[in-house]
Design a protein around this ligand. Sequence first.
Ligand code: HAX
Length: 440
Amino acid sequence: MELLKERFKAKADAANAEIKDLLKEHGTKKIGEVSLAQVYQGMRGITGLVSETSLLDAQEGIRFRGYSIPELQEKLPKAKDGNEPLPEGLFYLMLMDELPNEEQVEFVTSTLQRRSHVPNHVFDMIDALPLTSHPMTMFVTGVMALQTESVFSREYAKGMNKKDYWHATFEDVLNLIARLPRIAAYIYRRKYKNSDHIHPDGMLDWAGNFAHMLGYESEDFKELMRLYMTIHADHEGGNVSAHTTHLVGSALSDPYLSFAAGMNGLAGPLHGLANQEVIKWIYEMQQELGTDLPAREEIAEYTKKTLAAGKVVPGYGHAVLRKTDPRFTAQMEFGKKHMPQDKLCRTVWNIYEMVPPILQSLGKIKNPWPNVDAHSGALLVHYGLVEYEFYTVLFGVSRALGVLASLCWDRALGLPLERPKSVTTKSVKLWLEGKEEIWD
Ligand code: HAX
């Protein structure tokens, strides 16, 4: 671990020097313009953040430190006899900006294993919530309870030198990532399996052990978890969960507080909760039509009905992407390989044929194509993980890898408190009338 930290510190020092020079020479260069519409419409397209771990291209999709998902599937180390990348390897890549070899990934796996103990009061806090609570509420509660373990907040209270922020953050980040699968699996077994909990298996990789603790032992499911945990990990800095984690972290809130805040954002239906909404929508369609394999025309009619009721079609559209999400494609390929006859997957593929032209015909939707959430639930249902309210927790465990690697960089680069300017409509009107210069 010390070796990993030393190498991270060396990289961070080099990056700091580079950014200092960059800003000295180019700091006054304009990176874009902001229109009034952007100010009112969710700041779409405004470049205003640095997030080192990944970059999203509207046409090509996500690249993690320059690598696309198919490239990661090819280049990242895999479990023995496995085909999917180990998410620990992606974490290493995002953190260290270099592809890990097998030994380096094994080191991350064993570091996480050693740090995975969850204190009892975390389980007590989760147990205090009614069983009817949403799994994301339980998840955030568990993370908040775990904040008692924060090295950052303890060291800060002692008067930590700002040069050491990165070091305390690094410790918290590894501890938190190590413990999240245990917390998530505890929630799943408590809510859906009569609190019949399963002990961790110290011989398994991070995602394989997570699958085991959830109660799914097949190799195929473990492979799905490795893929799932890899592709959901990061989507550059502006999405709600990443941005919130970064924003709250910018106040020097410790990684537990920052991540919990990000997870509250992931729990929204326009973001991570869309994965449960997709399966719920398909189940409701099946029920209404009385079939578990609706015909394409029936899907089209149901889609139009959903839109006419003033609802969104979950799993479709994106604030940045303008093509089919490569995370959707990766999951579709997994489905075609492992379960080509599965009726729910076939329905997802039929929806993919029928929905985009309908959304496009409305004329207002910028991206009619599926996002990551359009497919994930169908794969989980195939292996028996049918409790769709739990799906966003899986997303959250994966998202920790990206947003927490980013938080290490935030602290290592000394990124300051985030504080953009806001305006009131009254001040905008005065500005338009030339009576007030509100931006000076
Ligand atoms: N179904 C119906 N209407 C949709 C739509 C969809 N799937 N996607 C966009 N629209 C509507 C918007 O609601 C908006 O309508 P109004 O003008 O009446 O307000 C209009 O089309 C323009 O929206 P946009 O500019 O194309 O999209 P946004 O950047 O505003 O929103 C969203 C992006 C992802 C929030 C949006 O596409 C959506 O609500 N999709 C469904 C929910 C979903 O799948 N969310 C998950 C996104 C990926 C993710 O974060 N995963 O975690």
